[in-house]
Design a protein around this ligand. Structure first.
Ligand code: PEP
Ligand code: MN
Length: 271
């Protein structure tokens, strides 16, 4: 009989190690935050400081960006990776950044602690196989038009090559509504938690597309059982080179942590 899942050596009870002293899937909710794109030293450093002060543990920022249009900012590439790493190191944060293609994987592994696979690449199987052979945790975003089963099978493609340090990320799916960029699928957070051995986090920024909905969506993700959050923040959202509409100003990160903290405690977690 054909089997389509591994006998996982990993169980829900075992959190995933990110770096020494930092794990995800335990009692503590892990906050990952930063700009959508790495833009320059100053904005990245300011974001890193705000993430650190709010109690966040991981700095995010894209250096290779999957933009809908090829005529807009595409990311700083290798320079972006260096800027992100330096800013994170200054504040003792881990780094998450997207590997857009196999050709970027070596450089991303050199600079990052978590490799992000973007929504548009969720079923880019050769990329999944490649990160399956790497000794770093992989954050697998759900394709915005993918079912939960397709998402979990994409994770299996990674695990099948040996890397079981996978973090699932629900980042909103396309629905008929046009008022928000996407729809946060809290069902999917609960279901992936039930049916996979991996931690699940929520991305309230891409899920809503609106800064004023990010905190309520973050609360909902945690209430549904998310083990962490991936949030876009920017020192001056109106001037951000990508995703400014959904980026929280830095000073609101503390408010997010307070609001989410209350929900976390209600469901037996902490942040
Ligand atoms: C991002 O995190 O900035 C990003 C491009 O996300 P997604 O792949 O979910 O669109
Ligand atoms: Mn973004």
């Amino acid at each position: 009989m054909e089997t389509n899942v591994l006998e996982h050596t990993l169980r829900k009870a075992e959190p995933i190690r990110i770096t020494d002293g930092l794990e995800i899937g335990g009692e503590a909710i892990v906050l990952m935050a930063g700009p959508c794109s790495v833009e320059d030293d100053a904005t990245t450093r300011a974001a890193a400081e705000a993430v650190y002060r709010a109690g966040g543990k991981v700095l995010r920022g894209g250096a290779f960006k999957p933009r809908t249009s090829p005529y807009v900012f595409q990311g700083l590439g290798l320079d972006g990776l260096r800027i992100l790493r330096d800013a994170a190191d200054e504040f003792g944060l881990a780094v998450i950044t997207e590997a857009l293609g196999i050709e970027h994987l070596e450089a991303v592994c050199e600079h990052a602690d978590i490799i992000q696979i973007g929504s548009r690449n969720m079923q880019h199987f050769p990329l999944l196989w490649a990160v399956g052979e790497v000794d770093k945790p992989v954050l697998l975003k759900r394709g915005f038009m993918s079912t939960v089963t397709e998402w979990l099978m994409a994770a299996e493609h990674i695990a099948s090559r040996g890397n079981e340090r996978i973090i699932l990320c629900e980042r909103g799916i396309r629905t008929f509504g046009t008022e928000t960029r996407n729809t946060l699928d809290t069902n999917a957070i609960a279901l992936a938690n039930l049916e996979s051995p991996w931690p699940v986090i929520g991305d309230p920024s891409h899920a809503t597309g609106r800064a004023d909905l990010v905190i309520p969506a973050a609360r909902a993700a945690i209430a549904a059982g998310a083990d962490g959050l991936l949030v876009e923040v920017h020192p001056n959202p109106a001037r951000a080179l990508s995703d400014g509409d959904q980026s929280l100003p830095l000073e609101r990160l503390v408010e997010l942590v307070e609001e989410v903290g209350r929900v976390a405690r209600a469901v037996g977690r902490r942040i």
